[in-house]
Design a protein around this ligand. Structure first.
Ligand code: SAH
Length: 255
């Protein structure tokens, strides 16, 4: 099990982004994993009732793709992650610093889903304005942002984090309860989770993943005090040497 300290020591945000967040790989093959997740996020953030003032993204990593549709529905965003280097990489993009990852092709793709590919620059600006804080968090703690206490948000979002951060189902459930407390009663939880994955690898490093089934995630979400409103599984085609992931679950629940 690769715990948070291993992430802090050895997770390289640049390599992660290059490996998983380009629209196509070095052989020109399209990144279906990313496009599928972008479409799911677009769909979930188009659901009726999903919107409000504040959204908290838990385990944001160095990425922004998960916020592109979300930022159309919320006024303020707070991003949380355990590792310093991931928060730093995210800040680089937010501050438009030289050397930041180029998200433009991804932003264009989402703008196209939303109806106008040409609006990518506008969306980038909107997102940069809406992300107000980038803070350290640990989902294994009762208050993940301790010593900071955040006011409960209208929505929490978490993509590909809890299955990486939790060593077993008990830890997964407890992490869901911890992050669940960050959202108001009546607020939403939006999750993208890989199913039946035990590892993912990049840059010659392997990270462990809690092997989850759809019903395990849904039941954990329910027992953390949420009612599942939307849940959809998409297959992940075998043959990827970087991971043994079999499917991806997109889920919306209401506290
Ligand atoms: N959300 C991003 C990153 C997923 S990678 C994406 O969709 O690509 C998994 C992330 O979980 C990493 O950024 C890692 O730093 C974070 N993480 C691992 N253990 C954690 C913990 N205990 N608390 C909070 N974040 C953790």
């Amino acid at each position: 099990f690769t715990d948070a300290e291993v992430y802090q020591r050895s997770f390289d945000p640049r390599e992660y982004l290059k490996e998983f967040y380009r629209m196509s790989d070095s052989q020109g093959r399209p990144n279906t994993f990313l496009m599928q997740n972008l479409r799911s996020l677009y769909k979930m953030f188009s659901l009726e009732g999903l919107g409000g003032d504040t959204l908290i993204d838990v385990g944001c990593g160095p990425t922004i793709y998960q916020l592109l549709s979300a930022c159309e529905r919320f006024q303020e965003i707070i991003a949380l992650d355990y590792t310093d280097q991931n928060r730093r990489e995210l800040e680089k993009w937010l501050k438009n610093e030289a050397g930041a990852f180029d998200w433009r092709p991804v932003v264009e793709y989402v703008c196209e889903l939303e109806g106008d590919r040409e609006k990518w620059a506008e969306k980038e600006e909107k997102l940069r304005k809406k992300v107000r804080q980038v803070l350290k968090c640990d989902v294994t703690k009762a208050n993940p942002t301790d010593p900071v206490s955040l006011p409960p948000a209208d929505c929490i979002l978490s993509t590909l984090c809890l299955e990486a951060a939790c060593k077993d189902l008990a830890a997964f459930l407890s992490a869901l309860r911890n992050i669940g407390a960050l959202v108001k009663p009546g607020g939403h939880l939006v999750m993208v989770t890989v199913l039946r994955e035990t590892y993912y690898a990049f840059n010659k490093q392997v990270f462990s993943c809690l092997r989850l089934e759809r019903n395990m995630v849904e039941e954990a979400v329910e027992s953390a005090g949420f009612a599942v409103k939307f849940s959809e599984v998409q297959p992940y085609l075998p043959g990827d040497v970087r991971t043994d992931c079999e499917a991806i679950l997109s889920l919306v629940a209401r506290r």
